[in-house]
Design a protein around this ligand. Structure first.
Ligand code: SME
Length: 156
């Protein structure tokens, strides 16, 4: 396993393109889920300095906080609640350019201004968790983030 992350000094796309093969090798060397999620969260945080990046895992009728990097966060989210709960319920990636304009947004931190949430799917299409990435700036996430973060979730 590579022990140091190489971070490209270029555009967001360049950074994702360099990160992807490193994550592939990191994930293929490990079969423990928590270890994998923890390293993905750390690699995304280290590469992009996102305000908060982490996972919520489906447990019964709730999402429960999993491995993350950033400030402490709310531990449980009901299905359909907030951006994470909507991504789970709708089985689709949610891009929120301004969290204040998102009805029902759960403000774990008042510093979070925009976010993206990507569902993680079982082979049969059920959602088993979500990747949640928050930024301190408005409009931080676009199609590049959607494409690469969905690809990273697919690898997991
Ligand atoms: N913003 C999320 C809640 C989780 S925190 O951002 C870490 C939401 O509304 O789903």
């Amino acid at each position: 396993m590579a022990e140091d992350l190489y971070i490209e000094n270029g555009s967001k796309e360049d950074k994702y393109r360099t990160l992807l093969p490193q994550l592939k090798s990191l994930l293929s060397d490990e079969d423990d889920l928590i270890a994998k999620l923890a390293n993905v969260a750390a690699a995304l945080k280290e590469t992009f300095h996102f305000f908060w990046v982490g996972f919520y895992l489906v447990k019964g009728e709730e999402l429960v906080l999993g491995p993350f990097q950033g400030p402490i966060a709310c531990t449980r989210i009901q299905r359909g609640r907030g951006v994470c709960g909507k991504a789970w319920e709708n089985k689709s990636t949610q891009v929120v350019p301004d969290v204040d304009a998102f009805p029902g947004h759960i403000a774990c931190s008042s510093l979070s201004r925009s976010e993206i949430v990507v569902p993680l799917y079982e082979a049969d299409g059920r959602v088993w968790g979500v990747l949640d990435v928050d930024s301190e700036s408005l409009n931080s996430f676009d199609d590049t983030d959607v494409n690469y973060l969905e690809c990273i979730c697919h690898l997991i």
